[in-house]
Design a protein around this ligand. Structure first.
Ligand code: 13P
Length: 292
């Protein structure tokens, strides 16, 4: 059931669990996340980065695929289709294309411009029932070729952007996209507490969910994090399972044409199952199972 992300995240905040945002890259990814969330009776957010949107043929293609799959597979748990780290143009395009939620990431813009554009997009998105995530201060790591250091957001800036009417906030607390460096100092829980107070407990978003130790995830959820973004983790297990299948020689033609291990449906199956297993692990960790 496609919905915006506001209500599911407010419920998560009040119930002290978090909803996973799993980034999707293709049909297999989407089906893996949707079917596992349904099996676990968990709300879920499908994240689409600008790069992944382009890769899949454009936002309209993604929206049509997700809507059709949601309906055809009989998905009854709440599902939000969410733009991840969108610029101004991407946010407008996704509102137009039928996404149910957008993230406008103006964190690399001058702060006043971030505020101005966030306000404008909130007005437009809300007029269509679409939820909005915004960001202040860069969150570290590399995503779609953009690199930034693990920053910690300023609570006063967080308050100003929340006052634009956004529904949930991505605020850096030392988190980084991708694989964490060995010398990473961990999440800044003091900053999380200050941001939480300054923003009057708006649902907070933790980007860079891959590689954060479980105890820090649990602590973050207890302190106001209601949405956790996971991307690299699914990519890693998908790649590992696919490589194992290929290395086992199963994709090679056998000559007798019986096994057809090169059939894409067989070739992509181990990766598909690996994503499902990873999503199950995260849903349990985040505590969103049986919360639909
Ligand atoms: P990871 O790739 O580190 O899991 O981060 C995902 C993310 O934050 C998407 O916005």
């Amino acid at each position: 059931m496609l919905v915006n992300a506001k209500e599911m995240l407010e419920k998560a905040r009040d119930g002290h669990y978090a909803v996973g945002q799993f980034n999707i890259n293709n049909l297999e990814w989407t089906k893996a996340v949707l079917t596992k969330s349904q099996e676990m009776n968990s709300p879920v957010i499908l994240g689409v980065s600008m790069g992944a949107g382009k890769y899949m043929g454009g936002y309209k293609v993604v929206a049509a695929m997700v809507r059709a799959m949601d309906e055809t597979l009989g998905i009854t748990v709440p599902v939000a289709l969410h733009l991840d780290h969108g610029n101004y143009e991407a946010a407008k395009a996704c509102i137009e294309a039928g996404f149910t939620s957008i993230m406008f990431d103006g964190s690399s813009l001058p702060f006043d411009e971030n505020i101005e554009k966030t306000k404008e997009l909130v007005k437009l998105a809300h007029s269509k029932g679409i939820s909005v995530e915004a960001e202040v201060g860069a969150i570290g790591g590399t995503e779609d070729g953009i690199t930034a250091d693990g920053e910690v957001a300023d609570p006063a800036e967080c308050k100003k952007i929340v006052d634009c009417g956004i529904d949930f906030l991505a605020a850096g607390i030392g988190n980084i996209h991708g694989i964490y460096p060995k010398n990473w100092s961990g999440l800044h829980f003091d900053a999380l507490e200050k941001i939480n107070q300054a923003t009057n407990h708006i649902p907070l978003v933790l980007h860079g969910g891959t590689g954060i130790p479980d105890d820090q995830i649990v602590h973050a959820i207890r302190n106001g994090v209601s949405k956790i973004n996971v991307n690299t983790d699914c990519q890693l297990v998908f790649a590992a399972a696919t490589i194992e299948y290929v290395n086992a020689g199963l994709a090679a033609p056998t000559g007798d044409n019986k096994t057809k291990g090169y059939d894409p449906r067989k070739l992509l199956k181990p990766g598909y199952e690996a994503i499902r297993a990873k999503v199950e692990e995260k849903i349990k960790l985040f505590g969103s199972d049986n919360k639909a």
